[in-house]
Every structure is written in structure tokens, then in C-alpha cells.
Design a protein around this ligand. Structure first.
Ligand code: BGC
Length: 419
């Protein structure tokens, strides 16, 4: 994928004396957690784009949504003095590594390509540290989505898209009554946390979400509204099948894809699985915002953070990789496969399916309205220690260890201890 933009950047790099090195194509070693079918297909778009420029790819996959396992593997590599070239990273993790002084600097390529003008503000907050570009954003995902198998809904007599929480519960009940699994879910902490993003937003609205998850206001965390959010989680728990424990998210998506289940509440990476299964989003698979959250978006952006590497060749390949990632052509080719939307504001939605078009419109509207909120579950609301503390409480409650009132109290304690 040679693009005008890529060449513009390449020229700039040539001026900086690094192009010759880039042409030799030091391979990039990429640590990531894109191991499902849809994710691998999207990753291939990137591998191929680099391959066309003679840059090899050493793959370092570490499965697990939210990147917890990948971050543990990364820590081990860095401690051993051998960081990978580029690492898939989310929100606060990027900032934490930058604060440790571990990341390289992408200012040359960012300036040559005008990233400041096209990357949404909310994303730049994570891609830059002390004014310097340290990561290249590949996409914008969001977590407050529901995915539904249209045929399963029809069979169950669910003819209208649920607009309110009560309507959603009624639709889940109808699917369950029809003999299907109502809610496809994988019992892993990060998946429960992903659902919790949408449930908290739906229960309390954007201001409450912000107070609880971004400001970590103990009053919001321990409030009646939070108790109600936990009650809603308990309601959802009634609609998952008995084998949910430990199931991977993409297997839950497959249950929706193959008509075993009606709904899944998951970030739009689930759409990548549906596309990969040959289904058409907006037709075979319906998408809508978690009822009660329309107008707001809980986002996370996958970025490739570049580690500070010694060799000039490796740095040139990092710059070439970043330049590829940021090109409009790549953002379209990648995101139409991944399920996410572009991390640039200047891309037409023409190539995107119905859910992608909605995702792009929702992102722009939420950004305008001040209702674009960082996803707690995916590292865009707080640093890992706080995120993990919230995970523990949410998952313990989902598995019946706490009632809702206790869970809200525990949330206050856990967050306080982690801060
Ligand atoms: C990432 C997505 C990924 C998902 C599941 C999220 O944290 O942002 O890119 O597809 O995890 O692996």
C-alpha cells in the first residue's frame, strides 16, 4: 500500500537521512493481542502493507482482550532489556510507558504528515506525551454496542430494536423463551468489565459515568445508581448459558453468528468476527448502542507505541510503520476489516458498512456533544491498577460473590486502595 501520504512521509524521512535504512527494511517485531479470526485478518492488512515496502514482520501474539496478558509479557521483555519494536497498546498504558522513558519519538513523521490536524483530540491525549508523539493510533473502537442475530430475533418475535433497558430485558427474555441462548458471553473479567461500561453509562448517563470512572468520585462509585448498575448486571447474568465461564469473546461472537444465541454486548471488534464469518452487519447482524446510551460513546483506541530502540534501521522501520498506519488508505482498509472506525477525522464513511457508518457518525456526534468517554474496561479511563481493581469487583459480583449493595461498597474500597 504505497500512498501519496506514505511517500510524503518517506521524503521527509529521506531528508532526515533515514530512508536508506528504511529501504533495507529492518523487520519490526510486533507484540499484540489480535489472535481471533477477525483480528488476524485485520492484522494481515498491516503486515502486507509493510511487506510491500520490504519491511519484515516478527509476530509476537499474546491473546486476551484489554491487553492484560500482553502487558505482562511486555514487562518481562523490557525487564530483560529486549523490548519489541512496536507494541499494541491502550490509553493509560501508553502514558505509563512514556513516563518510564521507554518509548521513542514519532514527531518527524507526525509533523511531515500533519497528524495534529487529523487525529481526534481525545485520541491525541493518549498518543502524545509531554507534547511528543509516541504512538500511532490505528483505530477507534467503542464498547457500548449490542450485536444481534436478525434471524434469531425474528424467530423469537422481537420485531423492534429495544430502546430502553426494560425493552432490552424483554427482548432477551423473548429469545430465551424461544429456546435460544439470549446473551452470548464469555466469563472473563475483561468481558464483564466491557459490559459494565455500557451498563453504567445506561444506568447513570454520561455525567455519572464520568464521575464514577474518570473522576473516581467515591460518592458516585458507592451510590444508589451504582447499586442499580450492579442490579442490571445481575439481570444480564440470568440470560447467559451455563457454560459461559472462561469462554473467549470470539467464541461468544460465533454463537451469535451461527444462530445459537441472540445477543452479545461487546466492543465493535465483534463486528470483525461477523464479517470474517461472511455475515453482513446491519442485515444478518444488527448493531445498536446499549439501550439508554444512544448519543454517548465509550471509546478505546488501539495504538502502536514504538519502543526506544538503538538501531537506526529499526527506528526507520518504526517510522515507516507509523506512516503506513496513519495513511487514509490504510485506515480504511484496516478498519473495514477490524470492526473499528478510523482514528482520523478526514475519512469518508463510504467504504464502511451500516454499523461502521453509525460508529463514525456516533463518534463525531459524541465528540461534539462532550459525551465521548474513555472506556474503563479498555484502559481509557484510568491506569491499569485502578482498572484491574474495578475488574475484580465487577467479576466477583457477576459470579455471585457479592450482592449489588456490597459490590458498590467494594468498588469504593478497591478503587481507593489502588489509587
Ligand atoms: C482491543 C481490540 C481487540 C479486543 C479483543 C481490545 O482491548 O482494543 O482491538 O480486538 O481487545 O481482543
Amino acid at each position: 500500500m504505497r500512498t501519496t501520504r506514505t511517500w510524503t512521509a518517506a521524503m521527509a524521512l529521506a531528508c532526515a537521512g533515514t530512508l536508506a535504512a528504511a529501504q533495507e527494511g529492518a523487520p519490526v517485531e510486533v507484540l499484540h493481542w489480535w489472535t481471533s479470526g477477525g483480528e488476524a485478518a485485520a492484522l494481515n492488512v498491516l503486515k502486507e502493507a509493510l511487506g510491500e515496502q520490504g519491511i519484515g514482520w516478527n509476530d509476537m501474539p499474546v491473546a486476551g482482550g484489554g491487553g492484560e496478558a500482553a502487558m505482562t509479557a511486555l514487562r518481562a521483555r523490557v525487564t530483560a532489556g529486549n523490548p519489541p519494536t512496536a507494541v499494541q497498546m491502550l490509553g493509560f498504558d501508553i502514558q505509563d510507558w512514556a513516563a518510564e522513558g521507554a518509548l521513542g519519538n514519532l514527531n518527524d513523521v507526525a509533523e511531515a504528515e500533519g497528524w495534529d490536524e487529523v487525529v481526534p483530540e481525545a485520541i491525541q491525549e493518549f498518543s502524545k506525551y509531554e507534547g511528543n508523539w509516541i504512538a500511532a493510533p490505528v483505530n477507534v473502537h467503542s464498547t457500548n454496542w449490542v450485536w444481534a442475530n436478525a434471524a434469531v430475533l425474528e424467530e423469537a418475535g422481537v420485531t423492534e430494536q429495544p430502546e430502553t433497558w426494560d425493552e432490552f430485558i424483554a427482548a432477551l427474555q423473548a429469545v430465551q423463551d424461544s429456546g435460544k441462548i439470549a446473551l452470548a458471553h464469555g466469563g472473563q473479567a475483561w468481558q464483564e468489565a466491557t459490559i459494565f461500561d455500557g451498563v453504567v453509562l445506561s444506568t447513570g448517563g454520561p455525567d455519572f459515568y464520568r464521575a464514577a470512572f474518570i473522576d473516581l468520585d467515591p460518592e458516585a462509585l458507592g451510590s444508589e445508581t451504582m447499586v442499580e448498575a450492579f442490579d442490571r448486571m445481575a439481570q444480564l447474568r440470568e440470560f447467559v448459558d451455563p457454560n459461559f465461564s472462561g469462554r473467549d469473546w470470539n467464541l461468544a461472537s460465533a454463537m451469535v453468528a451461527n444462530g445459537e444465541a441472540g445477543f452479545q454486548i461487546m466492543g465493535d471488534w465483534a463486528k470483525g468476527e461477523f464479517i470474517n464469518a461472511g455475515l453482513t452487519p446491519g442485515e444478518d447482524i444488527l448493531c445498536f448502542r446499549v439501550p439508554g446510551t444512544e448519543g454517548a460513546v465509550t471509546f478505546n483506541s488501539d495504538q502502536f507505541a514504538m519502543f526506544d530502540v538503538a538501531s537506526e534501521e529499526a527506528r526507520a522501520s518504526q517510522a515507516a510503520m507509523a506512516s503506513n498506519i496513519m495513511s487514509p488508505e490504510f485506515q480504511i482498509a484496516f478498519n473495514t476489516v477490524k470492526g473499528s472506525v478510523p482514528a482520523r477525522t478526514d475519512i469518508s464513511d463510504e467504504a464502511f458498512d451500516a454499523c461502521g457508518k453509525k460508529g463514525m457518525a456516533d463518534l463525531a456526534a459524541a465528540s461534539e456533544a462532550g459525551t465521548l468517554l474513555g472506556s474503563m474496561a479498555h484502559g481509557h479511563a484510568n491506569p491499569a491498577a485502578v482498572k484491574n481493581a474495578i475488574y475484580d469487583v465487577v467479576t466477583a459480583h457477576f459470579n455471585g460473590e457479592y450482592d449489588s449493595a456490597t459490590a458498590a461498597e467494594e468498588l469504593v474500597n478497591a478503587v481507593e486502595a489502588a489509587m
